[in-house]
Design a protein around this ligand. Structure first.
Ligand code: DLL
Length: 434
């Protein structure tokens, strides 16, 4: 059964806003009564739940930041009894303190609904075979798609990420019609298919839902031609639910926001002022129905803008433009979120290295992210025997791998060879033309 919840997705603005206000008020009451962190925050801001009598009043509420989520780890933002939890996910970030999303049965139910809407937009119906190449586990990609495909009643292959040859074999043998994975991995599959002698034009694959990392219109053109499919952009984040926050319909002109569950705003990241539709800024999201870990005005750090022009598909929900960047320096390397500061922390505790380094990210012929870290080493080390250099290189590689989960190519360079900057150091050179 396709899940196109017309009553909600095609509702008039008035009907939708009425629902949003009622849910916002319930959420406020819930967090005020059950989450001391929010009670204190709202008290400090001088807003109690009764102060919100229209949707515009949401601007009175304080913003929530990722740092606050970390400070309240692991259960500080829980708005239900522990006994009512049925699942927990955390961010793919490896900063030591993960960001937690905790789900009650009703939250999982809602996740299934929004993910079923997402897959439906890509044309998925009962009888389709969905190959789910997002990682299963704490990452939300795997189980998010899983619940959506189950809701539709599609034939789901929970293959998870990696193991490229097997992905291709399964795709060919089981007649996969819909693929879900990161956009870069889909291109990697296309390359590998050539080596395996598999021609996508002969496969029944018709569509794919791609997200979890930045990609571009150029990349869509490449994916659509190489895999011979329709490629849809899907957006979400662990903090709010995982995938299922917004997704593209067949018109591919912005991602429809599941506004009955998530309330979007765009703010100026410097001043915090709410910006009008069409203006670029930081996406802020309030959950309207979460029971486990509801969030008020969460700063996603993702940059986009809101599009309210009618969409020919008939859905009336507001859309977000394809993401335009982030307000911080978070890198997403093969789906793993990490910050330059984490790499720096590892480098700085290894003797023989200098605090001068550069991170070069590229997508090679394989279409997968490759990361090279150039590190200046001390004079003595650099002139030392090759074996010592090799040991140091291996140690940096292994520590980064175990701490951040990324496998980087390490290049030790001479002292003073990395360009110095008069202002902020340019740590990241991102050559990915996505
Ligand atoms: O990446 C959830 C997800 C899984 C989305 C599968 C789509 C498909 P996190 O690991 O918490 O959750 O990372 C969230 O990834 O704030 C964005 O910066 C980035 N991101 C997610 N989707 C897109 C997209 C999942 N379609 C962070 N385009 C977000 C660009 C995206 N960036």
């Amino acid at each position: 059964m396709a899940v196109w919840n017309r009553e909600v997705e095609c509702a008039s603005v008035e009907v939708r806003q009425e629902l949003q206000l009622a849910r916002l008020q319930e959420t406020l009451e819930r967090v005020y009564a059950r989450v001391p962190f929010y009670r204190e925050k709202l008290d400090r801001a001088g807003v109690n739940p009764d102060a919100v009598t229209s949707l515009k009043d949401i601007a009175k509420l304080p913003l929530t930041t990722k740092d606050e989520l970390r400070q309240t780890y692991p259960y500080g933002l829980l708005a239900c009894d522990r006994a009512d939890l049925v699942e927990i996910h955390t961010s793919s970030g490896t900063t030591g303190t993960p960001v937690v999303g905790a789900y009650t049965e009703a939250d999982i139910d809602m996740w299934g609904e929004v993910m079923a809407r997402t897959l439906t937009m890509a044309g998925c119906v009962r009888g389709d075979t969905v190959q789910n190449g997002y990682g299963y586990g704490l990452f939300t990609g795997g189980l998010g798609v899983h619940y959506g495909a189950r809701r539709i009643g599609a034939n789901l292959i929970p293959i998870s990420s990696g193991n490229t040859r097997r992905q291709l074999m399964i795709m060919r043998d089981f007649g996969t019609t819909l693929l879900t994975c990161t956009p870069s991995y889909s291109l990697f599959l296309a390359e590998a298919a050539i080596e395996e002698g598999i021609d996508f034009r002969t496969l029944p694959l018709k569509a794919g839902c791609f997200g979890a990392e930045p990609w571009s219109e150029n990349m869509r053109v490449e994916i659509e031609s190489k895999l011979n499919i329709s490629a849809h952009d899907i957006y979400g984040l662990t903090e709010l639910i995982g995938p299922g926050v917004a997704s593209e319909c067949e018109c591919k002109n912005g991602q429809h926001f599941n506004e009955d569950y998530f309330y979007p705003e765009i703010i100026d990241p410097e001043t915090g002022a709410v910006l009008p539709d069409g203006e670029k800024g930081e996406l802020i999201i309030t959950s309207l129905k979460r029971e486990g870990t509801p969030l008020l005005r969460y700063r996603t750090r993702d940059i986009t803008y809101l599009m309210r022009e009618p969409c020919p598909c008939g859905r009336t929900t507001v859309r977000i433009h394809r993401l335009l960047g982030r307000t911080d320096d978070m890198m997403i390397i093969r789906g793993v979120n990490c910050f330059p500061s984490q790499i720096e922390n590892v480098l700085m505790r290894i003797e023989g290295t200098q605090p001068h380094y550069q991170i070069v990210i590229d997508r090679g012929a394989s279409h997968l992210d490759e990361i090279e870290i150039q590190v200046e080493v001390e004079e003595a080390v650099f002139s030392d025997v090759t074996r010592a250099m090799e040991q140091l290189r291996k140690r940096i590689h292994d520590e980064l791998k175990s701490e951040l989960g990324i496998s980087a190519h390490i290049k030790l360079v001479e002292p003073r060879s990395i360009p110095r900057s008069e202002g902020k150091a340019k740590r990241i050179i991102d050559k990915r033309s996505i």
